[in-house]
Design a binder for this molecule. Structure first.
Ligand code: KMH
Ligand code: ZN
Length: 310
């Protein structure tokens, strides 16, 4: 009997675009991001999806200087694949957003595949006090935000980063983004195997339920045949349930405090590693094995951990 393919766990350690710092477990200093990323890798994450924050204020940062300290520490302590976000600001230009990927040439980086009103303004009414003064207006302001990822932006990012041989985590917030990707792949901007991250449950994008996941997967099959690998991240309470579903459908999974601050309904997670350990335990209990970083490199055809610039 054929062996089941291994499941890659990605851990998204600290959101910066849509995660307010309303949990003490959410890392925002350079040191805490490094410590939690390393622990998540030890718990079983093969890939670390990384944003940066201002070391003092916790505000989203796309300044390469805010990435350098934790990248160095992570590389020293772990062989996990580093995936740098290029979506770390809802308002900056694409050239500024890709600056960290350009500077550090990681094995992977995110690539957001369409524009959307990426909104989390519903959170504004949920808290009466905020940890940092910037948070309330930032969160409320997302009601009017267009997270801009035009075809030209995507082309510019792909062309600028092409010499770095970075594998993209294509963030697919809705089914139309698969068609955007197909169009750009046909234009020669992305090479197989492509890696799709189905992003579910962000207001402005597709909802997080099994029907929608099946629809996304069926559409990807139609458009990309055997030229793609896929993973799911679901925001909030759907995070673990949809990750389990994805793993049973042959997909990979993403967890992490970037997308949910919780470990179970109503209970805050104590760390990223706790979420990784939980999804790992479930995946293994159900009879699948998780991929090591080197197995993830083989599955996704990555350039290798010795080809990065940090
Ligand atoms: N947190 C995800 C919903 C990126 O980093 O480029 C969005 C994300 C985008 O991860
Ligand atoms: Zn991200």
């Amino acid at each position: 009997m054929a062996r089941k393919p291994k499941t890659i766990i990605t851990c998204a350690v600290t959101g910066a675009i849509h995660t307010p710092t309303m949990s003490d477990a959410l890392p925002y200093t350079h040191d805490d991001i490094a410590t939690q990323a390393i622990a998540a890798a030890e718990a079983g994450a093969a890939i670390l999806h990384l944003h940066a924050r201002d070391n003092q204020t916790g505000a989203p940062s796309i300044d390469p200087a805010d990435f350098a300290p934790f990248l160095a520490r992570i590389k020293q302590a772990s062989d996990a694949v580093v995936n740098i976000s290029t979506g770390g600001s809802l308002t900056a230009t694409i050239q500024d957003r890709i600056a960290p990927a350009k500077a550090f040439s990681p094995e992977m980086c995110s690539m957001n595949m369409g524009s959307l009103n990426f909104s989390f303004h519903g959170l504004a009414g949920r808290f009466s006090e905020w940890k940092f003064p910037w948070e309330r207006d930032y969160v409320a302001g997302s009601e009017g935000n267009i997270f801009r990822n035009t075809f030209r932006d995507i082309k510019e990012a792909a062309e600028t980063l092409a010499p770095h041989r970075i594998k993209f985590e294509h963030e697919i917030y809705d089914v139309g983004h698969l068609y955007n990707l197909k169009f750009m792949m046909d234009q020669g901007h992305f090479k197989a195997p492509i890696f799709l991250q189905f992003v579910m449950g962000i207001l402005g994008g597709i909802g997080a339920d099994v029907d929608n996941l099946v629809f996304l997967k069926r559409t990807a099959d139609k458009l990309f045949g055997d030229q793609y690998r896929w993973s799911v991240l679901a925001a909030g309470a759907a995070q673990i349930p949809l990750a389990v579903t994805a793993s049973q459908m042959g997909g990979h999974v993403r967890v992490g405090l970037e997308d949910s601050l919780f470990i179970s309904r109503g209970e805050l997670a104590t760390s990223n590693a706790q979420q990784v350990a939980k999804i790992r335990r479930i995946i293994e209990d159900l009879g699948n094995a998780i991929a090591t970083p080197d197995e993830a490199r083989a599955i996704l055809d990555l350039k290798g951990g010795d080809q990065v610039a940090f």
